[in-house]
Design a protein around this ligand. Structure first.
Ligand code: ADP
Ligand code: MG
Length: 339
């Protein structure tokens, strides 16, 4: 029998990878903003139209790219962030897979403009379904702008699966909240259909939380602070009386990256035990810093699930940190009454 196995062409491989990386417009938002952060941007602008279905654009003032790098950035497994497998165990960037731009460009129309500090002219580039249709020098500010149009134009099934503009915008906003809370020291703008939804100047964490969730949040926040050999924990929990039936303000960040962790959530719930009604959930914004080599981020393409080396210890530290914070908050008024 004749040989029948063949290597898939790049654009097909990219489209397959895109299935994992790009679920919906919000995934594109996440990837583009993370790239801007990795490029050391100090101000990031997010512009979307029609829930991201017709436009998702991220403009940063970061390091930009040379003309060659701009072209290469769309190749699969092309990255400036790691060089060998060892680096996977010591990640200091959001990205490392070199897959996002290749995936996005496989299933959308992408316009990039970029310029590094010491280039006289910048580069503009247009890619449609993995094909470079234009690349030429252009006048551009320092930094990078990536505009993604007509997402899933070549995958009708995916395009039809998208929810209403309003629901997709909701997902984008969730993603925006996560990244804005992870990086209060970066300024963010967020425009939807020409209307500015958020203007977040760079600031400290408390102000960022209040900016995002409104001034009523300020009185609810109780600081959490704990430092051990395994982890440093900081951030805020919300006072027990503001626990809610619906979830919405529960945020964990590990090494500046939003993560989902039912296990760590349980640790927080354990600390709140007896203080809140059983069917309610407290709000929290908790930041874990652990050694880069004690966390595995490479579990899933979207990187929101991670694996900690010493999860049980982390659980215990977190629970005690939250308990301690709650204790201080509860004890203070009681002492006042006794005097
Ligand atoms: P990864 O982020 O995993 O490296 P991406 O496909 O997201 O993979 O990006 C590929 C490369 O393109 C990055 O490693 C980086 O060098 C470059 N790049 C992407 N976005 C930007 C940006 N906004 N500013 C500067 N460089 C960028
Ligand atoms: Mg990336």
């Amino acid at each position: 029998m004749a040989d029948i196995i063949r290597l898939l062409p790049d654009h097909v491989a990219n489209q397959i990878a895109a299935g994992e990386v790009v679920q919906r417009p919000a995934s594109v938002v996440k990837e583009l903003i993370e790239n801007a952060i990795d490029a050391k941007a100090s101000i990031i602008k997010l512009i979307v139209k029609d829930g991201g279905k017709s436009l998702i654009q991220v403009v940063d003032d970061g390091m930009g790219m040379s003309a060659t790098d701009a072209r290469l950035s769309f190749e699969r497994h092309a990255t400036s962030k790691i060089t060998d497998a060892q680096d996977l165990f010591n990640l200091n960037t959001k990205g490392f897979r070199g897959e996002a731009l290749a995936s996005i460009a496989a299933i959308a129309h992408v316009d990039m403009q970029t310029r590094t500090e010491n280039q006289e002219l910048g580069t503009q580039l247009r890619i449609e379904g993995s094909k470079v249709v234009m690349q030429e020098p252009t006048v551009a500010p320092k930094g990078t702008s990536v505009a993604v149009k007509n997402l899933f134009f070549n995958i009708p099934a995916r395009r039809n699966f998208l929810k209403s503009n309003q629901v997709e915008l909701r997902h984008i906003t969730d993603e925006f909240h996560r990244v804005a809370l992870a990086h209060p020291n970066i300024g963010f703008h967020f425009f939807n259909n020409g209307f500015e939804l958020f203007n977040l100047p760079k600031t400290n964490l408390r102000q960022r939380i209040v900016h995002v969730f409104g001034s009523k949040m300020n009185e609810r926040l109780v600081p959490v602070e704990e430092e051990t050999q395994v982890a440093k924990i900081s951030g805020f929990i919300c006072k027990p009386e503001f626990a809610k039936k619906s979830r919405g303000s529960q945020f964990f960040f590990a090494n500046d990256r939003f993560i989902k962790s039912p296990y760590l959530h349980h640790a927080v719930m354990a600390a709140f035990e007896g203080l809140i009604k059983p069917d309610t959930v407290p709000g929290y914004f908790l930041y874990l810093q652990v050694a880069a080599n004690s966390i595995d981020i490479n579990i899933h393409p979207t990187k929101t699930e991670v694996k900690f080396d010493d999860e049980n210890t982390l659980y215990a530290i977190l629970r005690s940190a939250v308990k301690h914070a709650l204790g201080q908050f509860n004890v203070a008024p009681a002492l006042d009454f006794e005097r």
